[in-house]
Design a protein around this ligand. Structure first.
Ligand code: TXA
Ligand code: MG
Length: 323
């Protein structure tokens, strides 16, 4: 396995039917030819991902993605125009060109144009779009550097295209149009307020009982192996039997002196800053020397709700790590 910035190498691997690590502005993807069912099956196998969880298809422009859909709601066009390239995924009625494995048999295909210069340059040079889930083993924290991908999937892929640390740091916002109105299926890099400014009211889609995000349905999602406790940090710290053996993941405050390993996600108080550092911090603190990670929610504005979604999922699964 190699890490590098060689687009020709990445392209050659993909043309040969292999999967590679792909940088995007949100998180790194595990990418392969979205129109080749054999390659798509390999993506599921490498990630150890259940076949009922569909993949996002990536291309360099909206036209290529819209050609995979059999119709495009006008609000989807407005959102694509406003936010692509960017951290927004749209669920569109799928067409027969898209392999069933990509959509997991759903009538919708998830599509997005990523805002990353290396990814866009690569996609422009490929004759097919790329299916790319986050490049982590199923259930673990998403990768935000090329090294994170290499650490976990290095034995199974030939190449990771290194685009540097991800600038958004959490996954894309997933929006569908179930009743002719936009609905958020996953909070992410585009905040609710920004969607509303473009298309008016946006619903929160009811959680799908089959979706792996449902806490407790499946073992860990977005979760470190070390139990993560979410709440008011001074209270959690005071109640913990071994405060010396816990790590703290805080939003803006530092809660104790003499513990240089504690991570402050956003010294500037901005949720975007916290989002950019969240997954790398979870990985850093996911170390057997800590019996627990104490974390606190971000303020509920901008990317705050998306950050808190990830923290809640990590915490819910920690409480019950062997489900
Ligand atoms: O930012 C991102 O979205 C990253 C980068 C690599 O683009 N990708 C990513 O993919 O997070 P993944 O596979 O880890 O998450 C895709 C999400 C899942 O929650 C999946 O259930 C949802 O999108 N999804 C995909 N297709 C769907 C569909 N047809 N209906 C409902 N949800 C869908
Ligand atoms: Mg994922």
């Amino acid at each position: 396995m190699q890490i590098g910035q060689d687009i020709d190498h990445a392209r050659a691997s993909l043309l040969a039917g292999e999967c590679i690590g792909l940088p995007t502005e949100t998180v790194y993807g595990l990418a392969g030819n979205a129109l080749d069912a054999t390659v798509v099956a390999r993506i599921f196998a490498i990630k150890n991902r259940p076949a009922f969880d569909p993949l996002i298809v990536h291309a360099a422009d909206a036209g290529i993605l819209f050609a995979l859909a059999h119709s495009i709601p006008s609000q989807a066009k407005a959102l694509a125009h406003a936010f692509w390239p960017g951290p927004l995924t749209l669920l569109l009625p799928t067409s027969p060109r898209v392999p069933d494995l990509v959509t997991a048999g759903s009538p919708y295909v998830a599509v997005r144009v990523p805002a990353h210069p290396l990814a866009l340059a690569l996609l422009q040079q490929l004759p097919f779009p790329l299916a790319a889930p986050s490049a982590n083993p199923f259930g673990y924290v998403s990768p935000t550097t090329a090294q994170h991908v290499a650490d976990q999937l290095g034995a199974q892929i030939p190449y990771v295209l290194d685009g540097g640390p991800c600038t958004v740091g959490i996954e894309s916002t997933v929006v569908g149009f179930p009743n002719g109105r936009p609905a958020i299926y996953r909070r992410g890099g585009i905040p609710l307020e920004a969607l509303v400014a473009v298309v008016g009211p946006v619903d929160l889609a009811p959680p799908n009982p089959l979706a792996p995000e449902a806490p407790g349905m499946l073992a860990r999602h977005y979760a470190p192996r070390t139990p993560l406790l979410l709440g008011h940090i001074p209270t959690l710290l005071a109640a913990h039997p071994h405060p010396e053996r816990v790590a703290i993941l805080s939003f803006q405050n530092r809660y104790r002196d003499g513990h240089p390993q504690d991570v402050v996600l956003a010294p500037d108080g901005k949720p975007e800053t916290a989002a950019r550092h969240l997954f790398a911090a979870m990985r850093l603190l996911d170390d057997p020397q800590w019996v627990a990670i104490l974390a606190e929610p971000a303020p509920e504005e901008g990317l705050g709700p998306a950050i808190n979604d990830r923290l809640r999922k990590a915490a819910a699964n920690s409480a019950n790590p062997h489900v």
